[in-house]
Design a protein around this ligand. Sequence first.
Ligand code: GLU
Length: 512
Amino acid sequence: MSKEVRVRFAPSPTGPLHIGGVRTALYNYLFARKMGGKFLLRIEDTDQIRFVPGAEEYIKESLEWLNISPDESPWNPGDSAPYRQSERKQDYMKYALDLLEAGHAYYAFDTSDELEAMRERLTAARVVQPQYNSITRTQMKNSLTLPEDEVKARLASGEPYVIRVKIPRKEEVRLNDMIRGWVMVHSSTLDDKVLMKSDGMPTYHLANIVDDHLMGITHVIRGEEWLPSAPLHVLLYKFFGWEDTMPEFAHLPLLLKPDGNGKLSKRDGDKLGFPVFPLNWENKETGETAAGFREQGYLPAAFLNFLAFLGWNPGDDREIFSLEELIDAFSIERIGKSGTKFDIAKAKWFNEQYIRTMSNAELADFLIADAKAEGVEVSKEKAEAIVQLTKERVTFPSDFWSQNKFILQKLEDFDQAIASKKWNQDAVKVLTAYAIALDNFDGTFDASSAKSLLEATAETQGIKLGKVMQAVRLSVTGSGVGPDLMEVFAILGTEDVANRIRFALATLEIID
Ligand code: GLU
């Protein structure tokens, strides 16, 4: 029997979760569900300087909003607890020392000034990548160059040190990425990365490998920005003797700016006028804020569907997928290699499609709540009628209120540009007569009877209805455009329509 699939999403709590991170979480979730495995969440908080309070809560809330909560996490621990690296701190040193003993790591005592001097020296000598590596380490202060006694003495005296990995000088490192295929890197291009910092905390590289191993991770699905680190990770698995259980790697394509020029960054949201974060964010300490998809009115299922397509496709032209359908259709083989352009129009399109499939009753609740916030009471029946009328025209649930508040509030203003062109004698004649006809109307007032009555009125006045139609719309809605006018009349009822017409007749100036 093959091993249970265990994947993890491993964000660092350094700020709000970027949309790229949410996509990584989603692909991990889909893969876990598809394979009948487990989706873990591990908080990688070893970098205490970059730690931002509230970021972990934000991650939790984002995943909950999208209904892709992890099976194991800091707030829902399983057998691999703890799920915060800061709480696993005591374990990492042991693993670093194991590597040291096996000759795959070493102590380094160089001060930051000494490191800087090395970089300057190498830059002056036109070394393209000045780094601490198999060549330069021979000239630095570390346990490979210093006599053993001195190393011991320095350690005993409490002198600050780091532990670095000892990258072999000549070795081809190979990994078979599930998305990219074979990736080959020569070890001479890698540097001797720090594994343990002088504050006693592990770096990302060490903690990530140790934890993936201890948590039984079978597949590492993460962003492409981690591909350059993967050869080091492969070497670490080898040095630890964990090659047999080394996870498979899948590096997801980058999310690109809408024009395809470069990676979509955290700051692009402000520049491009759309969110790049799932939820609104506010850093109470710095005052920094960011807009979220949730607060802009994206439905979680629509946003999730949109996200799934940022790098993956089902291989046919279907686009609307529920979470269950995504799980069913998902495969890593169908994730593309090249970056995906971020297209906000597509996100809106998904939202529109999802709104259209929702029931009038569900959507009416959005309208009722928004109206209430403005101090307007609207019955469920009326709200449903409005929703039915405008469902095909909205992008966000909040559009129901903003596009239809003219129906629910007293009309105060008229579009003067339309009035100055259309508010003529003929319009006034027809509307004056129509208001009277409405007063006397007896029967069921629906879109069709509203229309017949209006047509009959115009005919009696000897005026072509088409010529005054925009003025009719203006008098009742205040504007020259909007949903089916006769349906609006039916929702308003005879009395309200007649009152609005009379108000317009009393307010607007006739142009001829
Ligand atoms: N902590 C890393 C991040 O913030 C995780 C990378 C990985 O998944 O290995 O993205």
